[in-house]
Design a protein around this ligand. Structure first.
Ligand code: NAD
Length: 479
């Protein structure tokens, strides 16, 4: 028997709160366009209640034992693994990605919880040798306070659990606004933290009109830290608002990741791997390889293989077993794709594959490959966030690196080469927070994930994961 879609609610001060006359927003299955649920939106009073609960809970949670925090995070990791199938199915229903990708997202997040459970026991300070024998100098790292977090719809489980695990593990409390289009994963997370014994108020989940909720939370004097994952323009707005109130930020923003394929690389392997990664989650991935720069000597070989691999991608409902790419997560992404393709073709680009919507039901867009795309076209300069990819040749590696760095983004990047000299030039030359060479190894719990330039501030994961949630206190004491 299949489980029903998640019973959507707010989670405030340890209680699940249903509609009860509140405004509601419909949630749609992007594969069919059918309504699958109704999401209650927080009133201003709900937001204040969540803030009040988070503020009160912080007074005790900040002094909680790291062993207690670790135990709760481990319990959530275990529950995540147990429930991955059901949670994954609901992600496929509201977000659209193939079931295997959705379940994979959830199970990988159990590892994120375990990592935070381990690392939160190692939030150490230090002792600084004093100038006088009767002085003791200590550096303490303390939780920053109540956090406001905003997470997007493309990896609804992953983006939320990373922020929650970091905040909770550091001893902070958190009010999180999840993605209204794809809310089931965040409600499931709240249920698991409640079952794992997280005290009321440490985690609160709210929904609403994004701009209204973020303004309300960020301007509240109770909030000390803002964490956002989403687009660069929205990230800049929220960082500016946080700056006006001198609040710390972690910003995981968009990217426009270049992939550079040198002539000495294993061209077929690079083409297969890049096609798989580019079209996973229908290209709605902040680290998606979005601009393929392929050496002119290998260009035709690469294109033949890349198109062949991409042509095989079966597009359909994420619930069907053989589907490799689902629909776009929301109807508004269809015109976004159309504009990118129209702009490129108007500037002389050739559509090698796809280029249009598939059918009238659901929000399906064909995997699209473009060539002969000028560097100043929209698709080469603005994050596509969808299954459209331009491929262009280069002749000089330094020039390819210069073109890769020409945009204000700096999240991830990819390169394929068999030359150690070129690999070194690439890792030194590319301006991005993450560089993948000859394989894809990013976004593991134990490795830092974050962008530079317009792509963001701060890292999630790795030993850096708690940095954004801690403040430094220096204590000097004389006997
Ligand atoms: P959008 O810019 O309207 O929204 C992006 C995300 O930010 C959504 O989750 C939305 O709820 C949230 N948001 C928007 N305005 C907000 C505000 N004032 N306060 C708080 N949150 C706010 O665009 P969209 O159509 O939902 O998504 C498309 C774009 O978003 C893409 O082009 C991509 O660049 C970006 N995006 C990035 C990521 C990422 O992982 N970095 C994830 C999802 C979307």
């Amino acid at each position: 028997m299949t489980t029903p879609y998640e019973d959507l609610c707010l989670y405030i001060d340890g209680e699940f709160v249903k509609g009860d006359g509140r405004r509601e927003q419909e949630v749609f299955d992007p594969a069919t366009g059918q309504s699958i649920g109704r999401l209650p939106l927080a009133t201003p009073a709900d937001l204040d209640r969540a803030l009040g609960a988070a503020g009160r809970a912080f007074r005790t949670w900040r002094h909680s034992s790291p062993l207690e925090r670790s135990r709760i995070l481990r319990k959530v990791a275990d529950l995540t693994r147990e429930r991955a199938q059901a949670i994954g199915r609901n992600i496929t229903l509201d977000q659209g990605k193939p079931l295997a990708e959705a379940v994979g997202e959830v199970t990988r997040c159990a590892d994120h919880c375990d990592w935070h459970a381990e690392e939160c026991r190692r939030i150490y300070g230090r002792v600084i040798p004093p100038r006088l024998p009767n002085v003791r100098q200590l550096v303490l790292r303390e939780p920053v306070g109540v956090c406001a977090a905003f997470t997007p719809w493309n990896f609804p489980y992953n983006q939320a659990i990373r922020k929650i695990a970091a905040a909770v593990g550091a001893g902070c409390t958190i009010v999180l606004k999840g993605p209204e289009d794809t809310p089931s994963a965040v409600v499931a997370i709240a249920r698991m933290f409640q079952e794992a014994g997280l005290p009321p108020g440490v985690l609160n989940v709210v929904w609403g009109v994004p701009a209204e909720v973020s303004k309300h939370l960020i301007e509240s004097p109770i909030v000390r830290k803002v964490s956002f994952t989403g687009s660069v323009p929205v990230g800049k707005q929220l960082a500016a608002m946080a700056g006006a109130h001198m609040k710390r930020v972690t910003m995981e923003l968009g990217g426009h990741s270049p992939a550079i394929v040198c002539e000495d690389a294993d061209i077929e392997r690079a083409a297969d791997m890049l096609s798989t990664l580019k079209f996973s989650n229908a290209g709605q991935v902040c680290v998606s390889p979005n601009r393929m720069y392929v050496h002119a000597k290998a260009f035709d070989r690469f294109m033949a293989r890349f198109i062949e691999a991409t042509r095989k991608i079966k597009v359909g409902s994420g619930l069907e077993a053989d589907t490799r790419m689902g629909p776009l997560a929301h109807e508004r992404r269809l015109p976004a794709m159309a504009e990118m393709v129209e702009d490129a073709t108007a500037r002389g680009a050739r559509v090698e594959l796809g280029g249009a919507r598939i059918g009238e039901r659901g929000y399906f867009w064909a995997p699209t490959v473009l060539t002969n795309v000028p560097d100043d076209s929209r698709i080469m300069t603005v994050e596509p966030f969808g299954p459209v990819v331009p491929c262009v040749p280069f002749t000089d590696l330094d020039d390819a690196i210069r073109r890769a760095n020409a945009l204000p983004y700096g999240l991830s990047s990819y390169a394929f080469t068999s030359s150690t000299k070129k690999a070194l030039a690439l890792q030194n030359g590319i301006e991005s927070g993450i560089v993948n060479i000859n394989h894809f190894g990013q976004a593991l719990p134990e490795t830092p994930f974050g962008g530079i330039k317009d792509s963001g501030i701060g890292s999630e994961g790795g030993t850096e994961t708690f940095d954004g949630y801690l403040v430094t206190k220096f204590v000097t004491q004389m006997d």
